[in-house]
Design a protein. Structure first.
Length: 313
């Protein structure tokens, strides 16, 4: 019942709240928040909140890698990462001037071919211990664009389904490979880039036709976020619209990762298609209602689960 949450380019996320950001001068910060960051680590945190067994993996290096590993341990999340010589990155977000956010994002380490081979060997060993894999976020420098496609193939060879939340060339390569991801979660712009068409997420009949595009053949689940309107999904040959109630949004960052966690959580529990989508929407909503990123309050799960409607199209 364990889910493996993969983050290939994790970071230490640092938040600096300031009343006002003054350029070309000293800005003193009284409160600093540092978290183990990365889309896959958000997935792991939400699964941990749901009390579902989860193992986080990826690559870590240097003193920052040690710090990130220690942060995960403090959060009670099991991690088993491959070690590299490069230094794990940091990403800084300055929250200032009534809701503005200025970010400084490091690119992260460039991995060698030896690093790539070392991680894939590590990944193959972890596949023997888990029942489902989620892969989230961008590839670090040095890895080939088909790296996620290789990971999908290795997962399937071990009899483990693989959910992929990626974009750009890495996602395109995974969709062109013989072994397809079991689930992808593009937003409307990412879907449009894949199929070469403009996607109007308010036009559900057209969206259904677009999800039938041959580019997506062989992918069991395609879930497209509709923002505050919920989501539209294709599962095998069927289409579903999931609608959510109006909620008080505190922090929307990480909602997509929380949605993926909900999809993985329900799939690993062998829930119905409708309940899988309800779980996904519930996790996305609960994350937006909290100040923390990648966090849900499990005590509210049943209440908001009951408010999600899923209609077969």
């Amino acid at each position: 019942m364990t889910i493996l949450a993969v983050t290939m380019n994790p970071s230490i996320d640092v938040q600096y709240p300031l009343e006002h950001l003054t350029i070309d001068d000293v800005n003193r910060v009284t409160t600093v928040r540092k978290t183990a960051g990365g889309k896959g680590l958000n997935v792991a945190r939400v699964l941990h909140c749901l009390q579902h067994p989860v193992l986080a993996t990826g690559v870590l290096g240097g003193f920052f890698g040690q710090y990130l590993s220690a942060r995960l341990q403090k959060d009670g999340i099991d991690g088993d990462f491959a070690q590299i010589d490069g230094e794990t990155r940091s990403c800084i977000a300055i929250l200032h001037d009534d809701g503005k956010q200025t970010e400084v994002l490091e690119k992260g380490p460039t991995l060698s071919s030896a690093d790539a081979a070392k991680f894939l060997d590590h990944y193959k060993q972890l596949l023997q211990k888990v029942d489902l894999v989620t892969i989230s976020g961008s590839l670090p420098g040095g890895l080939p664009t088909d790296f996620y496609a290789q990971m999908v193939a290795l997962g399937h060879a071990a009899g483990v389904p693989v959910f992929l939340d990626a974009s750009g060339a890495a996602l395109e390569a995974a969709l062109k490979a013989p072994e397809k991801p079991d689930l992808i979660k593009p937003n409307d712009s990412e879907l449009g880039a894949l199929i070469g068409e403009t996607v109007d997420r308010k036009n559900l009949p057209q969206l259904a036709k677009q999800l039938a595009n041959p580019v997506l053949d062989g992918v069991s689940w395609v879930v497209v976020s509709l923002g505050s309107a919920g989501a539209f999904a294709k599962h095998d040959e069927d289409y579903y619209a999931a609608k959510i109630p109006k909620i008080n949004v505190v922090n929307p960052v990480g909602s997509g990762d929380s949605t993926l966690a909900g999809l993985a959580y329900a799939t690993d529990r062998h829930e119905s298609t409708e309940d899988t989508l309800r779980s996904a929407m519930t996790c996305g909503m609960l994350n937006t209602m909290e100040a923390k990123t990648g966090y849900v309050d499990k005590s509210k799960f049943d209440e908001y689960f009951a408010k999600v409607t899923v209609e077969k199209q």
